[in-house]
Design a protein around this ligand. Sequence first.
Ligand SMILES: Nc1nc2c(ncn2[C@@H]2O[C@H](COP(=O)(O)OP(=O)(O)OP(=O)(O)O)[C@@H](O)[C@H]2O)c(=O)[nH]1
Ligand SMILES: [Mg+2]
Length: 459
Amino acid sequence: MKKFNTIVAVATPPGVGGIGVIRLSGPESKRVLRSVWTSEKMSVDNFASHRLYLGNIVDSLGTVIDRGLAVWMKAPHSYTGEDVVEIQGHGSPLLLEKILQACLAVGATLAGPGEFTKRAYLHGKIDLAQAEAVADVIASSSELGLAQAREHLNGTLSMKISEFQQELVRLRAYVEASIDFPEEDIELIQKEGILGRLFPIQVALSEFLATYNEGRLFREGVKTVLVGQPNVGKSSLLNGLVGMNRAIVHATPGTTRDVIEEGCQFYGISFRVFDTAGLRESPEEVEAIGVAKSEELLKEADLVLWVLDGSSGLGEQDIDFLSKLDLSRTIICINKTDLGLAWDPKAFVLDPKGDRLVLISALKGDGLKELQEKMADWVKSRSPRENSGIRITKLRHKESLEKALFELNQAEIALNDKNHVELVAINLKKAHESLGLITGADVSEDLLDSIFSEFCIGK
Ligand SMILES: Nc1nc2c(ncn2[C@@H]2O[C@H](COP(=O)(O)OP(=O)(O)OP(=O)(O)O)[C@@H](O)[C@H]2O)c(=O)[nH]1
Ligand SMILES: [Mg+2]
C-alpha cells in the first residue's frame, strides 16, 4: 500500500478576494492545523468532523496574522478520501502565502497540479473519467459545456462505459462456451450467434464514438475563423458577434494584420472567434505574414465564416473559392446587404438546406441573430442524436473507444475469415481493457501524471 504524505495548497484563485482557502489533505492534516490555527474556546483535538470553528491563524513564528475559520473532514468522508482540513482566511495573497509557508514549515508538502483530485481517484472516491470531469467543470465556459462536464462528473459516462464492458463480458462468456464445445455441426450456429451479438455492440460503440464531434466542441469551444478578402467586413462582423469593438474597422483594405481572438457564447455554446488579415495576392510584407497566418488558421478551424461583400461584384478569387468550398464546415456570410446586392448569392452558393448562406449587414447588425442560429445549429448537427444524450469530449476517451471498436472489428474478421473462435475471445478481452482505460482501471503512473498535470494547483 502506498504511503501518502500530507499536501497543502491555496485552493482559491491567485489574486485578491473576499476570502482565501488553504486546503490540506493527508494523515498529518490535523497536526498541521494545530500549529497554524488556535482558539481559546476550542482545541483542534476536540474538533468534530465537518464543523467550522472560528479562531486565530498564526504564522510560522507563532504571530497571529488573521482570524478565520477552520474545518476538519475526517477520512474517508472527504473529497480526497483522506483527512482534509480547510482554513478560510481573508483573501489576501500575502496572507495566504504566509499561512501556506506556516503549513510547509511543520512538514506539509506543496501539492502538485490536481493532486487532491488524483488522491480522490487513488482512494476510489471517483474514477478517472470523473476526475477528468472535475477539471472540465472548472474550465467550462458555456452552458452546454458545463452541463456535459457535470454529467461526466456524476458518473454517467463511466456508467455508459461499464454497460459496454458488461456486454463484452456476456459475449465473451458465450464465445468461451463455444470454444469448449467445438462440435462441427453446431459451429455455424455458434458463429452466427456470436456475430449476431457482436453487431449491435459494434453499432452502439461507433455511434457513441460519433458523439465526439459535438462533445469536443461543447467542451473546448468552437474554433471559428473569419476569412475573406480585404475590406469585406470581417472585423466588423467579429465586433458584431462578440458585442464589442474588439478589432479595428477601417475603410482601408488591409487593416487587420495580426490574428485577433475573442470568445463569445450563444445558445449555450462557446465560440472562439478569430479575425484574420484579408486574403489577397501580393500584399506588402507585414500583411503577407498576416495572410500566411490566416491560411494556417483556416486549416485548423472547426467552423469557417467566409465573408463576401454583397454590394460589389464577385472577384475571380471568390468564384474560385466558392467552387472548391468545403461546405461541411463553412457558413458563407454575404455582408453589406444594407447597400443592396450586386449579385445573386443563391446563383453561386449551393445551399439546398438553407443553412450555409446568410445575408448580413455587420454595420447595421442585420442578420447577425440568424448567423448565430446557424452557427449553433451547425454544432448541434455534428452528432447523431443519441438517446442517452451522453457525449464523449476528450481525445483520450475517443482513442480508447476507437481501439475497442478496432478489436471488435478484428473479432468479426477472425470469425468470418478464419473461424477462429479463440481469437475472438482475445479481441473481446482487449476491447474490454481498452474501455477500462477511460474509467481508469489499471492505468499507468505516466498516464495519471499526464492527466493530472493539466489541472490547477489546489484542485
Ligand atoms: N455599408 C456597410 N459597410 C460595412 C459593413 N461592414 C463593414 N463595412 C465597412 O467596410 C469597411 C471595412 O470593414 P472591416 O470590418 O475593417 O473589413 P475587414 O474585412 O476586416 O478588412 P481588412 O481587415 O482590411 O481585411 C469599413 O469601412 C466598414 O465600416 C456593412 O455591413 N455595411
Ligand atoms: Mg479587418
